[in-house]
Design a protein around this ligand. Structure first.
Ligand SMILES: [Zn+2]
Length: 253
């Protein structure tokens, strides 16, 4: 892929809108082209800045009341009535003006869940590990080799288990950056598939939770919190296999 083509797809890539071959080709180009990689970093930095620091305006109560009064009368107010009012307004008075009003009131400008940004990073680093040709920094199926390898590279010690007997052999480990902090990535194999398991400290006091499954850019992600650690498993395996992987892992404790 040429720089010109990569640049055209860069925004879609950063937004996680590319699929399959196109996604891989852009990721591959970014691995080898420092110029385009720098453009990507700049784009991501801007996106983060807009999401976290963009100025938002709250409409004066009087305006909100006037808009409400102008709307067709409703049988009864429901919790989501304000949002639905905007949808109705969009039909009544044209989408553009509704959009302008909604924007002024801040309906459309919402902060994403922090976990969305984490999931973005998870997908990006997973794809990068697949196309880099170097999915592990320490290649070993021995947990007694992999676990100590993280010492000195991270300020925590991730639990490491080999799951070869359960059909998920450990291939090794790697340090990746999620949300600008170094985290442990454990690499497992499932037939011809790769599973990346990211392990990082959960927020203090976070109770055990999950698993929560989602699909992103064609990959399955399973996330859960257990004993103070947050886990993110990602792969292109079937969701059922990823669930099986988690069950095997949890059973090791
Ligand atoms: Zn380039």
């Amino acid at each position: 892929m040429e720089c010109k083509d990569a640049r055209e797809l860069l925004a879609a890539h950063v937004d996680g809108e590319l699929r399959g071959r196109e996604a891989l080709e852009v990721a591959r180009h970014l691995e080898t082209c420092t110029d385009c990689a720098a453009a990507q970093s700049a784009l991501m930095a801007m996106r983060r800045a807009v999401r976290s620091d963009a100025t938002r305006y709250r409409a004066p109560a009087a305006l909100a009341a006037r808009v409400q009064a102008a709307l067709p009368s409703q049988p009864r107010q429901q919790p989501n009535a304000v949002v639905r009012s905007w949808q109705r307004l969009a039909l009544v008075s044209g989408f553009a003006s509704a959009l302008a009003i909604a924007f002024a009131i801040g309906v459309l400008v919402t902060k994403p869940m922090p976990s969305d940004l984490v999931a973005d990073d998870i997908v990006a680093t997973h794809v990068r590990s697949l196309v880099s040709g170097r999915p592990v920094d320490v290649a070993s199926s021995d947990r007694h080799t992999v676990k100590p390898w993280f010492a000195g590279k991270l300020d925590y010690s991730p639990p490491v288990h080999d799951l070869a007997e359960q059909g998920f052999p450990l291939a090794g480990g790697r340090v990746d950056y999620i949300e600008h902090r170094p985290v442990a990535a454990l690499v497992y194999r499932r037939h011809q598939h790769t599973i990346n398991l990211y392990v990082m400290p959960a927020p203090p006091g976070a109770p055990n939770s999950g698993p929560t499954a989602e699909s992103r850019q064609g990959f399955q992600i399973l996330r859960w919190v257990r004993d103070g650690m947050a886990y993110f498993a990602i792969s292109d395996t079937e969701p059922a296999e990823l669930a099986q992987f988690r069950a095997a892992l949890v059973a090791m404790d």
